[in-house]
Design a protein around this ligand. Structure first.
Ligand code: CDP
Ligand code: MG
Length: 707
């Protein structure tokens, strides 16, 4: 194999790392940053006094890259080279190179704030700007001050990132550029008058047409197609298979079609890295996972839908939406670049040039500015490090005060922080659980009222990476070979109880996989749930010293009681996610500061009773906007359980929670929000935007200082 670009810079890299505590390394995707940098440092003795830790924003990448490195070093995975992702640890005391997701590293820093076991920390794929990555950058910056003199080293790598910005954040550390040798890529746009008008169906079909055209007309070379998610990938794979089969045998070369996305079983994920059979064209239909995280060799043609699926959180409504949004120009160029790694290639963009030029933003909005911050703020509060003040925390791009306020409110309502914004013992316990705040709080409450076993099941079911239940199709039942048997219905109490009943039924069959099949449940997902449940159970036993679980059959009375206790615990955990039924039109109004009208998601098992009535009060797992605002995963609760929460809401003072501010909501923060709002509308130059945010932030902090 040809030498990867990064290896030609080995001496230069080592020289820079020897002389500097922090180094930023920018290199084209596929240049060898993820697989080679750790090995280079290993060869030069950087693992002699500790482990080299490499973070990845995606689980799939942590697994596949560590597997590759262990192969290259000819050692068994899990020994000298290993990985740790949430709910799965494949490392040993011998591990010298360890790949982790950024979330795992954050969690580790709770028990070892200075991360002493690591001699080197490589923050890889920084351009992805995941929420955890942004927080890690702030933390690592602190570590540099504390551990810098003892040989500790930090590397930050990126395919595209504004290197200078990160360098400035780390007090002007050096930026190394590894020039990748990219071959020219011809970019072909959709004609303006091709019709179609965008939209979901049209881009699946447009991709199909272009892919088949290439297959029939163009010389050999694999085709990488960027879609948005599992659903459209599966659709396109199916259509491609049909079309390829219908082509006359012998008229074109053979073809294999691989899907590639995060919820694919690992065995199928690694398949794309093994060389294809000779004289065979591969179609790889991927999410943006293949944009920079994973490099598949042999790609010569790229088809870019121009879309990505993104979860966005709106702190002013507390609402999530899973939107298919336009990618940024930076992303479009990354995607095109995938075609020119081994020889000149072609990129077919399924959108016209004007869309690229006028409608795409320059770069994507970092996750920290579009997600719920409850977990992260709890984490920062737990660290309790001297000088850590959430609002002063050194973020590369600070989140809006609205979303910080929202996070503080949630943490207060679920008792993780007290009215002065200080972490409570409940909050500390919560932070040890690898779950979102609402679920970790539920487990603690359930442990106190005797429904822990049931709550563990719920937490595990809701943590499944893929959807477990047969997919919900509006109106008619989806056509399938076997109609699955009818699942339990949650006894009219909602989706959480249904999830519990499903798992309990399954456990009574002694976890029979055939049973899952008959009921149309995702087998791999259910096995994952069982495993996760076991792990959560162990953590709870260690931490809360709760009794060992006794399994066994329950009488129906016992079962009813346990449902009740479970719902009560859920009500504590979801204190910030309450809704009250409206008198008319079976709609709901969310309770709290941001009251708004919502409905129960049609996929829910919570249906009106014989009188057409829904429960008066419910809690929900999340709010999601599709065609209109919906609550997803809903559980009926009782009035008397929520009154203490409503009382707490009355006395709520966000300003105090944030640490003594008196005018967080109005004046200054308003300006910050305005800046952010405006930012979403206009595309300003990054420098322009930064200085505006910075100015607003300075005003805000100055004000805070005066109080
Ligand atoms: O991180 P960066 O994008 O700079 O590159 P990398 O992930 O280290 O990939 C370097 C080379 O290793 C590429 O040619 C990949 O195709 C190959 N690789 C692989 O074959 N299997 C993996 N699981 C990961 C990388
Ligand atoms: Mg990489």
């Amino acid at each position: 194999m040809e030498k990867l670009p990064i290896l030609q810079f080995e001496d230069k890299i080592i020289d820079t790392v020897n002389k500097n505590i922090v180094t930023v390394l920018i290199g084209e995707t596929g240049s060898g940053k993820s697989t080679q940098l750790s090995q280079i440092l290993f060869r030069h003795g950087y693992a002699n006094s500790g482990t080299i830790c490499v973070t990845q924003p995606r689980r799939v990448a942590a697994v596949s890259v560590s597997r590759r490195v262990s192969q290259e070093m000819a050692v068994p995975l899990g020994q000298q080279v290993g990985y740790a992702i949430r709910f799965e640890d494949r490392t040993s005391p011998q591990t010298r190179i360890k790949y982790v997701t950024d979330g795992v590293l954050l969690r580790e820093s709770l028990s070892d704030p200075e991360l002493r076991s690591y001699s080197v920390i490589i923050l890889d794929e920084a351009h992805e700007r995941s929420l955890n990555m942004d927080i890690l950058m702030g933390l690592v910056k602190r570590l540099v001050d504390i551990r810098g003199s003892s040989g500790f080293r930090v590397l930050i790598t990126s395919a595209t990132l504004e290197g200078e910005k990160v360098s400035a954040f780390f007090n002007g550390c050096p930026v190394l550029n590894v020039p990748g040798k990219l071959f020219p890529v011809e970019v072909i746009y959709r004609m303006d008058d091709d019709g179609g008008g965008g939209g979901f169906r049209s881009y699946v079909d447009a991709a199909l047409k272009v892919a088949i055209d290439i297959h029939v007309k163009e010389p050999e070379g694999d085709i990488l197609i960027f879609m948005t998610g599992q659903e459209d990938i599966e659709k396109l794979v199916k259509k491609l298979e049909d079309r390829v089969r219908s082509l006359e045998e012998g008229s074109v070369m053979d073809a294999v079609i691989h899907p590639l996305h995060g919820s694919l079983p690992p065995e199928l994920q690694v398949r794309v890295f093994s060389p294809p059979p000779p004289n065979c064209r591969r179609f790889i239909v991927a999410t943006n996972i293949a944009e920079t995280s994973l490099t598949v060799d042999g790609v010569v043609y790229v088809i870019d839908s121009g879309y990505v699926k993104q979860r966005q959180y709106n702190p002013s409504t507390g609402m999530y939406s899973l939107d298919v949004v336009k990618i940024s120009r930076v992303q479009a160029n990354q995607r095109a670049g995938r075609a020119g790694r081994t020889r000149p290639g072609k990129c077919y963009r399924l959108y016209p040039y004007v869309v690229y030029k006028d409608e795409f933003m320059e770069a994507a909005v970092p996750e920290i500015q579009r997600t719920s911050l409850g977990g992260s703020v709890l984490y920062l509060k737990t660290l309790d490090l001297p000088g850590i003040d959430i609002l002063k925390f050194d973020f590369l791009d600070p989140p809006s005060y609205g979303s910080l306020g929202d996070a503080l409110r949630q943490l207060y309502l679920i008792d993780a922080i007290d009215e002065d914004g200080l972490i409570t013992s409940v909050g500390r316990t919560m932070s040890e659980l690898p779950l979102e705040p609402s679920l970790s709080r539920t487990l603690i409450a359930a442990n106190e009222n005797g429904s822990l076993s049931q709550a563990l099941t719920i937490a595990a079911m809701l943590s499944a990476e893929t959807s477990l239940l047969p997919s919900f199709v509006k109106g008619s039942e989806k056509k399938r070979k076997h109609t699955p048997l009818k699942l339990p219905d949650g006894d009219g109490l909602g989706d959480h109880i249904q999830l519990l009943q499903i798992y309990e039924f399954w456990s009574e069959t002694n976890y029979d996989l055939e049973w899952c099949k008959e009921y149309g449940l995702q087998i791999r997902g259910m096995s994952f749930v069982k495993d996760v449940r076991g792990q959560l159970c162990q953590i709870m036993q260690k931490m809360a010293k709760c009794p060992m679980e006794v399994h066994g059959r329950h009488s129906s009375r016992e079962r009813k009681l346990s449902y009740r206790n479970l719902r009560r615990a859920l009500c504590v955990g979801y204190a910030n996610q309450l809704a009250e039924r409206m008198m008319r039109h079976n709609g709901y109004r969310t309770l709290g500061l941001k009251s708004q009208l919502v409905k129960v998601h049609p996929s829910s098992v919570l249906l009106p009773d014989e009188d057409g009535m829904l429960p008066n009060y419910v809690v929900f797992h999340e709010l999601i906007t599709t065609s209109s605002p919906f609550m997803r995963n809903v559980c009926a609760v009782e009035m008397q359980w929520i009154s203490p929460i409503l009382k707490k809401l009355e006395n709520l003072d966000i300003n105090k929670l944030s640490g003594g501010m008196s005018d967080l909501e109005d004046d200054t923060s308003g300006k910050v929000q305005d800046v952010l709002k405006k930012e979403a509308k206009d595309v300003e130059s990054p420098a322009d935007r930064d200085s505006k945010i910075q100015a607003a932030r300075d005003r805000f902090l100055a004000r805070k200082g005066k109080k």
